[in-house]
Design a protein around this ligand. Structure first.
Ligand SMILES: [Zn+2]
Length: 219
């Protein structure tokens, strides 16, 4: 069985968790471009050094660098049966490049799973994060609360909200994501590849919805 899918969704939609679990279940690699970029930078590969130059300058990593990383990754043996792409493509240019890569291999993309989560729910999830000031352990006021409010279970340290997790910056991040992704949703919708799944249920419910969407792929 082959599985060639893209997981698309806003920050806080739970995409990474599902990508990790389902990729393992399907026997294909989870290709997470964020992790790959960090790894390439750490290993100081040519693309990694190029990416670092842009990140150090506070700029976005250009499309051709990210595309190069994905192209390299897709030629590795474990990606022969397929992949779950997580965090890529981010732009229409990246989506077009992916289509070209896959067309050359005669292995077109099968599905784009879109994690549909309402904005208030995303805000609730993303602003609920708390971190221990002493040991760095992460909590969430709703989904992973500490035993005693405001205190770390492990060391008793004080929990705080990172500046990035405050409502203002989170709302801004979601705006940027929506602006950037809207054309991408149209691109895949026009090609009949876009499958929205409700992303607000439990991890198991969301996984089941994704399985149903992916299983309808004709052999
Ligand atoms: Zn702690």
């Amino acid at each position: 069985m082959s599985v060639r899918v893209v997981f698309l969704g806003p920050p806080g939609a739970g995409k990474g968790t599902q990508a990790r679990e389902l990729a393992r279940e399907w026997g294909v690699p989870q290709i997470a471009t964020g992790d790959m970029l960090r790894e390439a930078v750490a290993r100081k590969t040519p693309l990694g050094l190029e990416a670092k130059r842009h990140m150090d300058a506070g700029a976005l990593v250009p499309d051709d660098v990210v595309i190069g990383l994905v192209a390299e990754r897709l030629t590795q043996a474990d990606a022969t049966p397929g992949f779950v792409l997580d965090g890529f493509p981010r732009t229409v240019a990246q989506a077009e490049a992916l289509d070209r890569m896959l067309a050359e291999r005669r292995t077109p993309l099968e599905r784009v799973i879109f994690f549909d989560v309402s904005r208030p729910e995303l805000l609730r999830r993303l602003t609920g994060r708390r971190v221990c000031r002493s040991c760095g352990t992460g909590y969430h006021v709703v989904s992973a609360p500490p035993q005693s409010a405001g205190r770390c279970d492990k060391c008793g340290g004080e929990l705080y909200q990172r500046e990035d997790d405050a409502e203002g910056p989170v709302a801004k991040r979601l705006d940027v994501y929506e602006t950037q992704t809207a054309p991408l949703l149209d691109y895949y919708r026009d090609r009949g590849l876009l499958f929205p799944v409700p992303g607000e249920g439990s991890v198991a419910e969301v996984a089941a919805a994704i399985r149903r969407a992916v299983k309808t792929v004709p052999a």
